[in-house]
Write a protein that binds this ligand. Structure first.
Ligand SMILES: Nc1ncnc2c1ncn2[C@@H]1O[C@H](COP(=O)(O)OP(=O)(O)O)[C@@H](O)[C@H]1O
Ligand SMILES: [Mg+2]
Length: 369
């Protein structure tokens, strides 16, 4: 799969720009703040209908404008697709495929998979469990539309239930009939989400170890521990028993929204004991595993985007990734870098179709093959 072209209108610092991409390596170079990451974010929108940087869509509208619009042409083998994503202030975001507007935007997700390696990825190791849940959920959702539906239903029920708990008249009593419909969803969807998360983790550990070994040249053993409230004999019963605590706290204490992932190296938490190099290696290994799993699950290669990785990784790890690039392990690639001569030095040796775009204040100043 590859993105053939992209038009951005009023998207962040782009006023109206058109990109014609190559199927292989696309390099975006330009000073800090010129719009390289914003372009990757636009591609992220076309794939996952949201930003990887901003928590609200409104932030993506160019200052002093009242809408943004992104239009991309994607090719999957013989088929060409037109994806459009548009947001007008005061209206709902509209996503369409070949002119057909999705009733529910989530239906789009998973059809045009991407893998992004970005400086924010350190959160997967350094951050709280919500970052790891988000990371793994993101991969599973791109592979399995049903899983995404479970998550959406679960999160909706959780919000409603928490709202009722928080605004209950008493901290000791609540009409159980009020909670019942949400309890049912939380228990049933939670069980499915739990099973999926567990199964996915089991499947990914081996490829993850293989990638880690390759990147790090070390032989540490990686494990990702998983803990869930669902691992008990009777989650149903535990959940009902927790109601008193839930009321007191004004929120739901048990469920898959509390699932924990523990990344360990030779039995010790990577977050605390891993060297910077080991942590970086693991992040790259996680992303390459994500790539593998999306490729084998979908039967085609996802788009790979690498944001400022030359800044964040050392030469050794870059060489390892670039050997995969040179071996055509990947399909279409987008690379950003503020230092063009460094990018050229790295990609020079690679036999592939390459295109370089010089970005300056949200405009292509030049592009060359
Ligand atoms: N909604 C917006 N409207 C106009 N400019 C924006 C908007 N959001 C971000 N920007 C601008 O985009 C620039 C950052 O672009 P970015 O793609 O992160 O740069 P880089 O090339 O360093 O990756 C900043 O100058 C920022 O002010
Ligand atoms: Mg950037």
């Amino acid at each position: 799969m590859h993105l053939e072209n992209l038009r951005l209108i009023n998207f962040k610092n782009y006023q109206d720009e058109f990109f014609d991409f190559t199927n292989e390596i696309n390099c975006l170079v330009g000073n800090n703040g010129s719009g390289k990451t914003n372009l990757l974010d636009a591609i992220h929108y076309l794939s996952l209908t949201k930003s990887f940087l901003n928590s609200t869509d409104l932030q993506a509208i160019r200052h002093d404008q009242d809408f943004f619009s992104l239009m991309g042409t994607v090719r999957k083998e013989q088929h060409e697709f037109k994806i459009k994503c548009q947001l007008k202030k005061g209206e709902k975001k509209v996503v369409s495929l070949d002119g057909n507007v999705y009733e529910r935007i989530s239906q789009h997700i998973g059809q045009f998979p991407i893998v992004l390696i970005s400086p924010n990825d350190t959160d997967i190791i350094q951050g709280g469990n919500e970052f790891r849940r988000k990371f793994f959920d993101g991969i599973i959702s791109q592979l399995d539309r049903e899983y995404l539906e479970y998550l959406i239903k679960y999160n909706y029920a959780l919000r409603q239930r928490n709202h009722l708990l928080k605004h209950a008249e008493s901290k000791y009593r609540i009409d159980p009939d009020l909670l019942e419909p949400y309890d049912r969803i939380i228990i049933s969807m939670g069980e499915r989400i739990y099973e999926n998360r567990k199964k996915f983790l089991e499947e990914m550990l081996e490829p993850l170890q293989t990638h880690y070994d390759h990147i790090s040249d070390n032989r540490e053993h990686i494990t990702i521990g998983f803990r869930s409230d669902h691992q008990t004999d009777d989650f149903n019963l535990d959940f009902m028993r927790a109601l008193r605590n839930d009321l007191a706290a004004g929120r739901t204490n048990l469920g898959i929204h509390k699932d924990e992932y523990k990344i360990e190296m030779d039995g010790y938490p990577l977050k605390k004991f891993g060297s910077q190099g080991q942590q970086k290696s693991l992040i790259v290994a996680l992303k390459l595993t994500q790539f593998d799993m999306l490729r084998s699950g979908n039967g085609f290669k996802p788009i790979l985007m690498m944001d400022d990785i030359f800044d964040k990784l050392d030469e050794h790890r870059i060489d390892k990734i670039m050997s995969l690039v040179a071996g055509h392990t990947f399909g279409q690639i987008f690379i950003t870098d503020a230092r063009p001569e460094r990018t050229f030095g790295i990609i020079e040796k690679i036999e592939a179709d390459k295109k370089v775009y010089w970005i300056d204040e949200g405009k292509i100043s030049t592009s060359e093959k």
